[in-house]
Structures are given as C-alpha cells and as structure tokens.
Design a protein around this ligand. Structure first.
Ligand code: ARG
Length: 570
C-alpha cells in the first residue's frame, strides 16, 4: 500500500467535492507531529485563483474529504489541512503488513536497461568503480522489487587503444607464463603502459596490434580473448565478494558493437546528418557549442578511420532502444561524462534511434581522501577495489571483536564480512549521489548515526527480543492495538515503506531509502525505550511483538534492496 498515494487521492477527492477538480493535491509528510501525519497545502493556490478566502476554502475541502481512514481533518493557518490517520486503521494496516508477502511489490511494469559498473577491462577494478557499481546495483534491486523488467548491462571497455600495448606485452611473454602474469592485472597494465611510453619499437608494435585486432586477425583475437576472459573473471570475483548481482551474462562489451559501427556511420550519412570536419565524420547537433560559441561536433569516425567511444555508444543506444525494446535506459556514469551522454541522447533522437523512450544519465560525484584530494595511493596509483573490500572486512573484524568478544571466531568472520561490506556500500548510498564525499573508515564503521552497522545492529536487537521471548517472529497472532505515541509513530513509519521505495525511483536516489531506514531504526529505539515489549499483559505483548517483527523485516528488506545483508547477532 502506497500510503502517500492514498492520501493524495483523498485530498484530490476533497478538492473535487469542493468544486476544485482541476487543482492538484499537494500533500507532504507532516514536518512535525502537531501537523498530523500528512499535510495538504495546495489549497491556497486554488483559493487565490477563485478569489476566495483560503481558510474558508480549506474548510470546504476538509469537509469534502470523504474517507474513513482519517480522523476529522484540521484546517491550520491560511489554507493548510492537517491530516491524521485513525489509530484503528493504522492497527488494521499493520496487521495486513505483518501477514503480507513482501517479496515484490509489482506496481511497475516498465522494461528498463541499467548500464552500470561498466569498467574498462585494461586494468583492475579500482575505487573509481565503487560508485557506479554500488549505486547501479541498488537501483537494479529497487526497480526489480517494484516489478519492472530490468536488464543489467555491463558495458565493459574492451576495445580501446590501450589494448594494443597489452597485446604487444602479452605477445612477448612465453606462452606458459601468460595466464599467471595476468593474475595481477594491475601490475600487468602498469608494466605494459610503461613499456609503451619508454620503448618506441614496442609502441609501434602496440599500434600495429590495435589495427590487427580491429581487423579481426585470428592470432591477435585469440590473445585478446585470453586477456578479456581473465579480466572478466577478475570483475566477477570482485562482484562476488561485494555481493553485486552482475554476472558474466550481463556483460555486453564495447567490442560487441564493432560490426555495427560502419553501418551506423553509413546510416547517419544517408540521413544527411554527417559533416566532414578536419577529415573526421561529425554530427553537429543544435544546442551544442564549445569554446567561443563554436558549434561542437559529435565525432563518430576519426580522420584515421577509427571509431571513438561515442560511436560505440550510439550503436549500444540503438541496440537498447531497438533490439532490446526498452522503455527506459539509465546510464549510471560519473558526472564528467555528462556532455558525452547529452550528445549521445541528442544524436539518438536526431537519428530516430530513440523514439520517446526515456534515456537518462544517472550521474554521481567523486570519492575523496580525508585531505579532500582524489582517492589515490601514496604514489598516485588507483586504489584497487579488492584492497578496499579486504580492508573493510578486516576493520569490521576489529570493531566486532571489541564489541562482542563472546562470538566465536567463525561467527565473527561472518559478521565482519557482512558489516564491512555493508558499511562501504551504505556510506556510498546514504549520500546524495551528486555530492563528492570523503571516504572515512571510522565514520562508516561507527555504530552511531546513519551507518550500516547502526541499522544492522538495530536489526539484531530486535532479533534478540524474539530469542528472549522464545517466540517465532513469523507465527504471531497478528492483532495490533496501538496506545502509546511512540508506538503509533513507529507504525506510521512502517506503513510508509512502499511510498519510500517508489520515491527512490523518482530521481534514482537510493539515499531516500537510507534516510527512511535510519528514521525507522530511530523510531524503533524510541518505541523500545518507552514501550516495554515482553513485560506487559498478553495482548499488549503480542501486539508489540508484531510491531517488532514487522520492523525487523522492514529493516532487513530495505537493506537487501541496497545490497546489504544482516546477521542475527553482532
Ligand atoms: N567504460 C567507461 C568508463 O570507464 C564507462 C562506460 C559507461 N557506459 C556507457 N555506455 N558509456 O569510463
């Protein structure tokens, strides 16, 4: 049940009954308890247009609210209506939520491609891939949960000039050593690029390899395939460790579009969209200007005949809109590629490859070190993602050992994994994705504040109530009675779960769900302080256990939508 939508509809009904059918209902969650649970404030605009007194109009709208789940609405200020849910209705809805199956909400039915993670395969995954991977995976989980048909796309870069040096380097290794050398992709990449810079003969050979590869030379392709396989296996291992849902089947690499590139250029030529400028084939799109207001070209074929990054993306866009037949395609890609994607989408429209489908950039800012500088190793290299994950688990292990020395070593290892990985993901997802943030181990692993460990700990506290009560959280008598304000507040929060999850997808903001879970955990803590669960009479105890069980389940479900696991004890 989307509570917010229910209230919207009720207010729209009230407006219509009062003769303002064309005025949109503007409803928000109440900012303070004395404003009720929700507040309607679109009435003022309607009154102004009708040249009438807002308070009077609000009174008529309130009187026209014909629903049984609200207590009598209250007009406040000039045209606000405070809306308060009736306690018996809340209790009824809580019972339904407790009994209900929430494995999926099934309220949305779009076919959506999500382009995310999408690393360049030349080197190992590094912290730069943290955001597109973690944000993308959370969006995939949320969109799927809502019932959409989601297509994961890992648009890995496997086709650029850098592969020339890698192949040349691989070619010089004795056959038996190739596989083992590739194990440390990062070192391999560093050595190959160093050779490219310092050794002109090698560089020439490397350039030759690019041409050979792109023209389909069999020996060269075999080497390349070995490299790609090794590289994808590396990504897989990172995804596994990181509990990311991408698999090898989701990889659709840049090279997959290779045969399409000349066809795309021919098609654009036939459509009269191509202008040759300095030997390069370009599309000049209205509204794109560079320095000095000069028109900015979108280059689809370079003067040497090679195809740039954009050309591959045009082919991928046509494939997604055409063959895959998506309604929407979201590109979870860093903010620096904003212009690239703007050009891509505009070109797609101009060429008729997209026709009304929603192609959208989901950008994000960067991760910084505590000195505000880019997150790099001391010698300026990228920090490997595996190293970050291993450090997270090791640090979580220390924290857990101090917090709960009673756990066995194997339990501690499991908790460390779940908490460490959860902390890194949550630190990412709880921020507005557009802001740069500082990677801070202590903050993300803290048990206080808006962190994964705080939420995971809240979950274990509820689970321990059930262990003490020796009760099965899934098999309670579902009757709920609400008496205390903290109890009521927690229940209303719980009923706002669905509107929150739907809200995440309005602008692809996972932090909306994080904030909700944090508030939910806080509401639970206040409830737990003021409402004894196990010591009351049977009916009260039972009702409160239902509320506890629903809270635990909601925390667990919400975290799972962010790709974060829970444990029973920590
Ligand atoms: N491989 C690219 C990079 O590392 C990101 C690809 C994003 N997706 C896309 N369709 N362009 O910068």
């Amino acid at each position: 049940m989307n509570l917010k939508r229910l209230i919207d509809q009720a207010v729209a009904g009230g407006l219509a009954n009062a003769g303002f059918a064309d005025t949109p209902a503007v409803v928000k969650q109440a900012a303070r308890p004395e404003f009720g649970d929700y507040q309607a404030n679109g009435v003022m605009a309607a009154a102004k247009r009708a040249g009438r007194n807002p308070r009077e109009v609000a009174g008529e709208v309130a009187a026209g609210l014909d629903v049984d789940f609200l207590e009598s609405p209250e007009v406040a200020g000039p045209g606000f209506i405070n809306l308060t849910l009736s306690a018996s209705w809340i209790a009824e809805q809580m019972q339904a939520r407790y009994r209900g199956d929430e494995s999926a909400l099934d309220v949305a039915t779009a076919r959506i491609a999500i382009d995310y993670s999408s690393p360049n395969l030349a080197k190992e995954m590094h912290v730069g891939h943290l955001r597109p991977t973690v944000i993308g995976d959370a969006l995939v989980r949320v969109l799927e949960f809502l019932g959409n048909d989601v297509i994961r796309v890992n648009h890995v870069g496997d086709w650029g000039a850098q592969f020339g040096s890698l192949l040349a380097f691989l070619d010089e290794l004795p056959e038996g050593e190739r596989g083992t050398s590739l194990k440390d992709l990062e070192a391999f990449y560093r050595e190959a690029s160093a050779r490219f810079r310092s050794d002109e003969t090698f560089a020439t050979k490397a350039r030759g390899f690019v041409v050979k590869l792109q023209s389909g030379d069999p020996a060269c392709s075999a080497l390349w395939e070995q490299f790609i396989a090794e590289s994808i296996a590396h990504c897989e291992a990172v995804y596994d460790l990181f509990n990311i849902t991408l698999t090898t089947e989701d990889v659709r690499a840049e090279s997959a579009y290779n045969d399409d590139l000349p066809r795309i250029v021919t098609d654009l030529e036939q459509q009269g969209l191509i202008t040759v400028s300095d030997g390069a084939k370009c599309v000049f799109l209205p509204g794109f200007t560079g320095k000095d207001d000069k028109p900015l070209p979108a280059i689809v074929q370079k003067s040497d005949g090679g195809y740039p990054y954009l050309a591959t993306d045009v082919a991928a866009l046509r494939y997604r809109a055409g063959e895959l037949g998506v309604d929407k395609a979201y590109y979870v890609v860093g903010a620096p590629q904003t212009l690239h994607l703007k050009q891509l989408f505009a070109l797609g429209e101009a060429a008729g490859y997209v026709d009304g489908q929603d192609f959208r950039h989901v950008p994000f800012g960067s991760i910084l070190k505590d000195d505000g500088k880019p997150f790099k190793t001391r010698d300026g290299a990228d920090v490997k993602l595996v190293d970050v994950l291993h450090e997270a688990v090791a640090r979580a292990h220390d924290v857990v050992t101090t917090k709960n020395p009673e756990l066995s070593e194997s339990e501690r290892e499991e908790v460390a994994r779940v908490v460490g990985i959860g902390a890194v993901k949550y630190a990412e997802l709880s921020k507005n994705r557009m802001t740069d943030y500082i990677f801070d181990w202590d903050a993300m692993l803290s048990f206080e504040g808006n962190t994964a460990p705080y939420l995971q700990y809240a979950y274990t506290r509820i689970r321990s109530i059930f262990r003490r009560a020796d009760a099965d959280a899934a098999a309670l008598d579902a009757t709920v009675v609400i008496s205390e304000p903290a109890e009521r507040a927690l229940c209303v929060k719980l009923l706002q779960f669905q509107e929150t999850v739907e809200q995440v997808t309005a602008d692809n903001q996972p932090n909306v769900l994080c904030n909700y879970l944090y508030e939910l955990a806080q509401s639970f803590m206040s409830f737990y302080e003021t409402c004894p669960v196990l010591s009351g009479a049977e009916a009260e105890r039972n009702s409160r256990l239902v509320i506890c069980a629903t809270t635990a389940r909601t925390l667990q479900l919400g975290l799972s939508l962010l790709g974060i696991e829970t444990v029973e004890q920590m």
